[in-house]
Each structure stands twice: as C-alpha cells, then as structure tokens.
Design a protein around this ligand. Structure first.
Ligand code: NAD
Length: 505
C-alpha cells in the first residue's frame, strides 16, 4: 500500500494557522517539543513549565477558589456556556490540532471537539442541579439535609489519546461545581492544550470570572508529580496508563487527598450465535481498528461462539484488508498513525509474544513503509486461550480472538482480566443480553448490548473497575466527585432532643 503524507512543513503551517485563529502565542523556549505522529517529526520547541511555575499555578488557583466557591453556581455555568460557544466557533481549528498531534482521522478529531461542546452543554444544565437531599429526621422539629459544597483545586492530568476532551469533561464540571483547575496535559499534545486553555481564558475574560480559575502547565510527569503531592490540590483526576495510576493513587491517598483515576482497559465483546453478524461486524471494526487502536475503550478481545466464529472471522478479515490506512487528513482514511515508533515497536513485540503463546495472525500486523510516521496494519490474532499477552493492554490495534461454547464460559473469559472498562455483547437472545448486564455478568463500568465498546456519550458516567481505577467522569452524577458533602441538622423546636433517645443532663 502506498501512502501519501503531508510534509512536516505543511503540518507546521496548518497548526500555525489554527493557533493564530484561536489567538494563541506559542511560549518560546525549550523543554517541550510539539511533534506530529503523521510524519513523526518535531513541529515547534516550546518553553516547559518549571517547578516554580507549578507552585505559582497551584497558589493562584487556591486563591481564586476563595472567590469562585461563593460565586453562584448558575453564574459559574455562564462561564462554561461562553466557553462552549468558543469551542463551537473554533471546532475545526481544534480538530486540526487534534489530528496533527494525536493523529486522529478528521471525523474522530471533530468528534472529540464535539464531546467538549456536549460536556459544556451538560455542565451548564448541571450548574442549576447541584442537588442535595432532605432526609426524614427521627426528631420532631428538626430538619436533616445534605448540602454540596465546592471542593478546592482540581489537578487534571491527561493522556495523549483524548488530548482535549478528557480535560474538558473534568474542567467543565469542576468549574460549575465551584472548583478551580490546574491542568497538566500529556507532553505529547501541547498545541491542542494551549489552544483549548486559551479559549477558556477568553471565556474567563469575557465573563469576568477570576483569572486563575484555570491554569495550564506544559511539562512532563515531574510537574504532574508535584500536583499529586501538593496538599492544596484537593482532587487529582488522572487519566492514563495503569502504570501511572499505580504510582499516583497511593501518593494521593498518602496525604488523604481525593483521586479520580481513569486508566487502561482491555475491552471485550462477546458474539453469540443469535447475533446479527452484519451489525456485529460494523461494531467490531470501528471499536477495534478505529483511532488505530488507541482508545481506552478500544476492542481488544473478541469472544465468539464456536458456531459463528468461521463466518464472522471471514468477514472481519475481508473488512480489515480493505481498511484505508494513511494520512488522517485524507477523508478516505480510516486508520491514521500510531503515536510513536515506540508504540509500533510495542505492537510488534505483542504480536510476537502472541505467536509464541500459540496465536495465529489472521490479518494485518505489519508496518507500512511510509518513510515517516508509524502506520500499522490493524491485526487480528486468533488465540488458543486467554494467555498472558491477551490479559495486557497493548495500546495499538490488535484484536485477539477467542472462542467459546457456553455463555457462562464466555462471561468467565470476559471477566478474567485485570482491567474493567468497557464491554459488549452482540446477541438477539434477551436472556443472554440481560445476563450480561446483571450482577454476575460483565464486571466493567460500561456494558453494552448490540453496540461496540467505544464511542461513549456525554450523558452517562464514564469509567471502569479493577485496574481501570474506579473513577467516573462526565455524565450522570459524576459531578459529586468534584464536591464535598455536608450533612446538616437544624433544630427549629425549642427543645434539645438527642438522637437515639439518649438522655444526658
Ligand atoms: P501515560 O500514563 O503515559 O500518561 C498519562 C499522563 O500521566 C501524562 O500526562 C503523563 O505525563 C502523566 N504521568 C505519567 N506518570 C506520572 C506520574 N508518576 N505522576 C504524575 N503524572 C504522571 O498514558 P498515555 O500513553 O498518555 O495514554 C494512554 C493510556 O491512557 C492507555 O493506557 C489508555 O487506556 C489510558 N486512557 C484511559 C482513559 C480512561 O478514561 N480510562 C482515557 C484515555 C486514555
């Protein structure tokens, strides 16, 4: 397959145009390199934030919290509303930067920005719905209630593969909850971080919110660790690998801070004999090969009933052979580059290990010879069982295929991995669908029927169990993680009644 790619200079110019339109001035200096996986080359050197910058950002955000927490929540919502309008206006610019830095195809990059817009809409509504409950008191003349208050400074640490959406899930909700935010994005995606943060700064200026309700730090993990260890940061919301979460979680717990962890997944789909195989095929290909396998919700394991395995695999292999791989700006491309040559190396090593464990490569697995960038052919590997490599998350497009005979066996295989993010069953058997969603079914935070594992909507809470970290973000009642709860008892009688009829004095 021959692949025509834009030059690094063309990508640099395109990034510059998008940044100019947003109004970003690049911080001159060094320490951080903006680069593109499309050609694998550097775009701009940028000044890295120092430890002193991080200290100043945390102090400023802590001070701004003093004002922001008493600003009425619907007024805080107005900031997020204006920010959402700016995101709409600059949707195409932001999507360009996502494609240039993360390598996402155009429709997925636009989809990422749409998620940012959607969470703003959601958060504006949420700003009028930070509900507490009134609870029936056992004492006459008493009111028992709970109130939700802003928490403090939220440290957001984010990953390269959703370089802007994950930050906005956290930030839009945190801001309406009355918190202030310090963001340490992935060191691989500084340009989209500068652009998104600048649009928020513009919204802050337009609405008169305190300047320091949001601060950006462009830096590597050392600055992330500074956020993690600082007691002024009330909540660390960290998205990334399980390795990162294993380091961050205990450190935040050690200072009794709060942690919201969104870590790696090893997502599976069960395909039952009654499944609509055409529908399953579409769901599987998008979930497994989309974003070049670089979503936390990417489908990595296919657990297919022995009776339909042959038919499904034939059509999957055919679909994989036709996948257009290449320039993510080309409208016909479906699979863009891996983030780095290292990611390609890890993919090759994983496939070699799978073969050593008895796996058979049915499709893909090679690297395209583009002379630039790491363009991998999404792979399908049939495995004799759930071996060691199948139980790991390799952040690349490898789909391991396992077969099953009974539904109990399928669920056991499904749950027998350390991660617990997203899951799906393709079936037309209602008993199987309900069993998959039941307490003894999928053990993941996301469990779907007749739709793939990736592509979540903003309205639902997003996150997973086990080594995925247990956090929930974005929709439903995820806002509660960004607030503290106070239980209030008010005595409006003229006698003091002790609870549980205790008498004293
Ligand atoms: P990564 O773990 O390498 O880095 C993520 C972020 O953590 C970066 O900003 C990095 O600088 C920072 N970091 C790393 N070690 C740190 C430490 N010890 N202290 C503080 N900060 C630290 O992840 P990545 O390669 O950017 O992203 C891919 C991973 O993220 C995959 O495992 C993927 O499944 C996961 N992910 C999960 C979700 C989710 O919602 N569950 C979403 C997106 C990505």
């Amino acid at each position: 397959m021959t692949v025509t790619l834009p030059t690094t200079q063309e990508l640099r110019d395109r990034a510059r145009t998008a940044l100019d339109r947003v109004g970003v001035t690049l911080p001159d200096g060094d320490g951080v390199r903006a680069r593109t996986p499309i050609t694998g080359e550097d775009l701009f050197p940028l000044r890295a934030s120092t430890s002193a910058d991080a200290e100043a950002a945390i102090a400023a955000a802590a001070e701004a919290f003093g004002t922001w927490r008493t600003t009425p929540a619907p007024v805080r919502g107005e900031l997020v509303r204006v920010f959402g309008e700016l995101l709409r206006e600059h949707k195409s610019d932001l999507a360009d930067l996502v494609t240039i830095e993360a390598g996402k195809i155009r429709s997925e990059a636009l989809g990422e920005v749409q998620e940012m817009i959607d969470i703003c809409d959601f958060a504006v509504g949420q700003s009028r719905q930070l509900y507490g409950r009134t609870i029936a008191s056992e004492r006459p003349g008493h009111r028992l209630a709970e109130t939700w208050h802003p928490l403090g400074v939220v440290g957001v640490i984010s990953a390269f593969n959703f370089p802007a959406a994950v930050w906005s899930w956290n930030t839009a909700i945190a801001l309406v909850c009355g918190d202030t935010v310090v963001w340490k994005p992935s060191e691989l995606t500084p340009l989209i971080s500068l652009a998104a943060s600048h649009l928020l700064d513009r919204a802050i200026a337009a609405t008169g919110a305190p300047n320091d309700v949001h601060r950006l730090l462009l830096a590597d993990r050392a600055v992330g660790e500074q956020l993690v260890d600082d007691p002024r940061v009330a909540l660390i919301s960290a998205t990334g690998s399980t390795r990162m979460g294993r380091e961050v979680g205990p450190r935040v717990a050690g200072r009794f801070g709060r942690c919201l962890l969104e870590l790696g997944g090893n997502n599976a789909a069960i395909v039952a004999p009654s499944a609509d195989l055409d529908l399953a095929l579409q769901g599987i290909v998008f979930a497994a090969a989309g974003t070049a396998g670089q979503r936390c919700t990417t489908l990595r394991r296919l657990i297919v009933h022995r009776d339909v395995a042959g038919k499904l695999l034939d059509s999957l292999v055919t679909a994989y052979r036709r996948l257009p791989i290449g320039d993510p700006f080309d409208d016909t491309t479906l699979v863009g580059p891996l983030i780095s040559a290292n990611a390609a190396k890890r993919m090759r090593e994983a496939i070699a290990q799978a073969q050593a464990e008895g796996g058979e490569v049915l499709a893909g697995g090679g690297l395209l010879d583009t002379g630039a960038g790491a363009y991998a052919e999404p792979a399908i590997v049939r495995m004799p069982g759930q071996t060691a490599i199948v139980r790991e998350e390799t952040f690349a497009p490898i789909l391991y295929v396992l077969t099953y005979d009974t539904f109990d066996e399928a669920i056991a295989l499904h749950n027998d991995v350390p991660q617990g993010l997203s899951s799906a069953v393709f079936t037309r058997d209602q008993q199987e669908a309900e069993r998959f969603l039941a307490a003894d079914g999928s053990d993941c935070g996301i469990a779907n029927v007749n739709i793939g594992t990736s592509g979540a909507e903003i309205g639902g809470a997003f996150g997973g169990e086990k080594e995925t970290g247990g956090g929930r973000e974005s929709g439903s009642d995820a806002w509660r993680a960004y607030m503290r709860r106070a239980t209030n008892t008010v005595n409006y009688s003229s006698t003091l009644t002790l609870a549980q009829n205790v008498s004293f004095l």
